[in-house]
Design a protein around this ligand. Structure first.
Ligand SMILES: [Zn+2]
Ligand SMILES: [Zn+2]
Ligand SMILES: [Zn+2]
Length: 150
């Protein structure tokens, strides 16, 4: 997403468009990796030597609440973040290794899962009168490398 679109969404929400916010969105738009707050902080230090870890945490929190980012809990209390893209082609689910924190994106079976999800959403909507806007699917376990290491 080009940055003028981000800026527009900020203006609409009443939040200020600041350098750290733009830097984090830029960083995450250029990587296919899922990054933790500390990894984002390390990467940003090179561009913004004055930035603090607290600012990074607060900004990530805000960007997540505004719907820019997807927060993926690693199960260890730490989270990783990725940019939410608008295209369906990048829709994926996650396999998360609870030993090393590795995240595998997968798109296999997503179509079949989506069919089931749509059915589930429909009945949830009827039963709870809840308007569902999105979903996350995360499987937790141990990756191949970590299984070998044991
Ligand atoms: Zn999905
Ligand atoms: Zn692992
Ligand atoms: Zn992902």
């Amino acid at each position: 997403m080009p940055s003028h679109k981000w800026r527009k969404r900020f203006r609409g929400s009443g939040s200020r468009w600041t350098a750290p916010r733009e830097a984090i969105l830029n960083l995450l738009s250029k990587t296919s990796k899922h990054m933790s707050a500390k990894e984002i902080y390390q990467a940003l230090l090179r561009i913004y030597p004055g930035i603090g870890l607290t600012t990074v945490y607060r900004t990530l929190d805000l960007l997540e609440k505004m719907g820019f980012l997807n927060k993926i809990p690693l199960g260890s209390g730490e989270n990783k973040y990725e940019l939410i893209t608008e295209s369906d082609q990048t829709h994926h689910h996650h396999l998360i290794c609870t030993q090393c924190g590795k995240i595998i994106d997968y798109t296999d079976f997503v179509d079949e899962e989506l069919e089931l999800i749509k059915k589930t959403e429909k009945s949830l909507k009827q039963r709870h009168r809840f308007q569902i806007t999105d979903h996350n699917i995360e499987f937790y376990g141990v990756c191949e490398q970590c299984q070998k290491r044991r």
